[in-house]
Design a binder for this molecule. Structure first.
Ligand SMILES: NC(=O)c1ccc[n+]([C@@H]2O[C@H](COP(=O)([O-])OP(=O)(O)OC[C@H]3O[C@@H](n4cnc5c(N)ncnc54)[C@H](O)[C@@H]3O)[C@@H](O)[C@H]2O)c1
Length: 303
């Protein structure tokens, strides 16, 4: 689709990282922007940045995407302000701490609430309004974790679900006489605040889970990989290009896609799952396992 100063683009998780970069890339295309996030302070800064850089109209909204009523209110406020909406970027996402099997269930509730239900609410609230506007585009931010697991079970599960529902949406929209494009964004490491996502842990879920003994090892390596990851602006520019060219897959990291392809080959062969020993940006898995075991033993001895 063409992007112009008549195009209204809504971005969730717009206060930081990839969402904030998307705001700048769509702003550079002249689009009117609706920026939604739970973090009011960061949202104000992002809004100021995008308005100063691109001189576009914006609306900001404190919206928790895990809550259907808040996402519905966001969609209504968008149409109230701008008269229509053409593009929704369901981008807000989190990655929690805590042991998935022995730790608190709230880590699952939070991760699935934001990463999966946030996307479901976003599609359900905005799709009818995009159709009313005569067409547009839906961008769902999944992750390479949506194509092969290994980033934590709750995160992996949420992102696999986003990949699946986004593909379903693509098939549903393809024959539609009203054109609605669909894109699925699956990045690897991107230089954002995701590793500290629990800064937004909601009070209503009780005490914020912490890292368990040994989890720090992988966590610290992932922090480094993210700090050395792709710039969010490069990812955002790929998203804008995918919307313009109506491209479904947005893969900023081809090296990670190779791992996904190996996984699907081994599924086809019916062999038991094997974790890749080498993942981009991380030391060999054997080394991380050995360091994790040493950290667990040290914690036990200290007790
Ligand atoms: N950074 C990476 O390496 C990476 C890789 C793959 C996928 N992703 C995905 O990219 C998306 C954006 O994350 P990011 O990396 O830019 O992280 P980020 O932490 O920099 O930005 C995420 C934004 O989402 C907001 N947010 C959190 N909970 C929310 C909620 N309930 N409602 C609305 N907003 C909420 C945060 O306040 C923050 O502004 C996420 O879906 C994430 O899973 C990131």
């Amino acid at each position: 689709m063409d992007l112009s100063n008549d195009t209204v683009v809504v971005i969730t998780g717009a206060a930081s990282g990839i969402g904030r970069a998307m705001a700048n890339s769509f702003g550079a295309a002249g689009c009117k922007l609706v920026l939604a996030d739970v973090n009011a302070d960061d949202l104000e800064v992002a809004d100021g940045e995008v308005r100063a850089s691109h001189k576009v109209d914006t609306l900001t909204s404190i919206t928790d995407v895990s809550k259907a009523d808040q996402v519905e209110a966001l969609a209504a406020a968008t149409v109230d302000r701008f008269g229509a909406v053409q593009v929704i970027c369901n981008n807000a996402g989190v990655a929690g701490k805590g042991d998935p099997w022995l730790g608190p269930i709230e880590t699952w509730e939070w991760t699935l609430g934001v990463n999966l239900w946030g996307v479901i609410h976003g599609v359900r609230a905005f799709l009818p309004r995009i159709l009313e506007a005569g067409g547009g585009h839906v961008v769902n931010t999944a992750s390479i974790a949506g194509l092969f697991p290994g980033f934590g079970p709750a995160y992996d599960a949420s992102k696999h679900a986003v990949v699946a529902l986004t593909e379903g949406l693509y098939h549903a929209m393809e024959p539609s006489p009203i054109p609605v494009g669909v894109s699925c964004l699956c990045p690897g490491w991107v230089r954002t605040g995701i590793i500290d996502a629990d800064r937004n842990w909601p009070d209503e879920l009780g005490e914020r889970p912490e890292l368990e003994a040994g989890q720090e090892v992988l966590f610290n390596y992932i922090r480094t990989a993210i700090e050395e990851g792709m710039q969010p602006a490069a990812v955002a520019d790929m998203v804008v290009s995918a919307v313009r060219k109506n491209r479904y897959w947005v893969f900023p990291h081809p090296d990670f896609v190779e791992i996904a392809m190996d996984r699907f080959h081994s599924i086809g062969e019916g062999v038991n799952p094997v974790m890749p020993n080498e993942s981009p940006g991380l030391p060999p898995r054997e080394q991380m396992v050995a360091e994790t075991m040493a950290a667990v033993m040290a914690a036990l001895e200290a007790q």
